[in-house]
Design a protein around this ligand. Structure first.
Ligand SMILES: Cc1cc2nc3c(=O)[nH]c(=O)nc-3n(C[C@H](O)[C@H](O)[C@H](O)COP(=O)(O)OP(=O)(O)OC[C@H]3O[C@@H](n4cnc5c(N)ncnc54)[C@H](O)[C@@H]3O)c2cc1C
Length: 317
């Protein structure tokens, strides 16, 4: 895949990417968020496709787009249903993270703090996405520092494929909002497991632990069986009310019927479930295409799901 992917023409990658990208402007991302909320009662988190930044000028441009995202989210009148902003620390630095701890991403911590200040002022919640293992220490450190400074609207992501996550779970700031995922990045056997079922079992166990400790849990998976088990087993076992968790999925992954059942309260035992869709948008199709190429290289197992999804769309199903 690593060798083949650069040879695939842009037009082809764009065809595959299109269902997953709300558009090539912030306005298109916001439009998708508004439609999901107004037509289906679905909440959203906006994601700027900006990674592997090539220059400090580009990092500065991304920073400005994040500021515009905060303003656009704040324009939704109800703070409870306005979109949140998901943020990728690697958008702000051209330096690769080498994972030895400390601050090797100059620019990223300053930018994140600046956006967090703006978001706090505008009552917009922020989630700092988790990138590959080299970023984990740094990302958790910055989240801890922000919480010490009372940026309580900032949330984190934990990846259950990583062995370290069990101990990370126990060392989080109180009441932190946590998105729990299996993790998209392929990681070496020394630090991660490769059995997907076990990753998802760990999501259930991790979610129960977090709910019992008073965290807000964002259960992020497209696996309907595990969403059901989260709602039918974990939530009652933790004694958590419907205001303590939500289910999250990614834009374009074909789960409309299931999401509508969740919102209608037909799944689980506590009535309507909050569903949030992660809405990626880019500032140009070139960025979106580069992002999709990287994801398919990192995670070739996604290719068949993406191809099936495209097939369904082309066949009008
Ligand atoms: C809201 C949200 C935010 C996320 N944030 C992060 C993050 O910050 N860091 C991180 O490392 N990972 C993140 N992820 C990705 C996550 O770690 C998983 O890689 C991803 O969700 C796929 O795993 P799954 O649990 O859905 O299970 P899978 O077993 O991969 O998928 C379950 C089912 O959904 C289908 N499916 C999954 N993806 C697609 C697709 N693209 N197109 C069509 N069908 C598909 C599969 O075919 C399968 O049937 C996020 C995921 C979500 C939903």
């Amino acid at each position: 895949m690593r060798r083949l992917m650069p040879l695939v023409p842009k037009s082809m990658v764009k065809l595959f990417a299109k269902p997953y990208v709300a558009g090539d402007t912030l306005e298109k991302g916001i439009e998708a968020a508004r439609t999901l909320l107004e037509e289906r009662g679905i909440l959203t988190s906006l994601d700027l496709l900006a990674e592997e930044t090539r220059s400090s000028g580009e990092a500065e441009q991304f920073l400005q787009v994040y500021h515009r995202m905060v303003d656009a989210c704040a324009a939704f009148p109800d703070p409870a249903t306005r979109p949140t902003v998901s943020i990728k620390p690697s958008s702000f630095t051209t330096q690769p993270m080498n994972g030895t701890g400390g601050h090797q991403a100059p620019g990223s911590d300053r930018a994140i703090r600046e956006i967090a200040e703006h978001a706090r002022e505008k009552d917009v919640r922020l989630t700092i996405d988790m990138e590959d293992r080299h970023w984990t220490d740094w990302t958790l450190e910055i989240i801890r520092a922000l919480h010490r400074d009372r940026f309580t609207g900032v949330g984190a992501v934990l990846q259950t494929r990583l062995q370290r996550t069990e101990s990370d779970l126990r060392n989080l700031p109180e009441a932190l909002r946590v998105r729990i995922v299996i993790g998209i990045y392929r990681e070496p056997a020394e630090v991660a497991i490769s059995d997907k079922k076990e990753m998802k079992e760990r999501m259930l166990r991790g979610a129960e632990y977090l709910l019992k400790k008073g965290h807000f849990v964002e259960f992020a998976t497209h696996d309907e069986e595990y969403v059901r088990r989260f709602l039918e087993e974990v939530v009652p076992a933790a004694g958590a009310g419907g205001d303590r968790y939500e289910v999250q999925m990614i834009y374009g992954v074909p789960r409309k019927k299931f999401q509508d059942l969740l919102v209608a309260g037909k799944i689980g035992t506590q009535g309507a479930v909050r569903v949030r869709v992660y809405v990626p948008f880019a500032t140009s199709w070139d960025h979106a295409i580069a992002y999709c190429r990287r994801r398919l290289i990192e995670n070739p197992s996604m290719a068949s799901a993406v191809a099936k999804n495209l097939g369904r769309i082309l066949l009008g199903r």
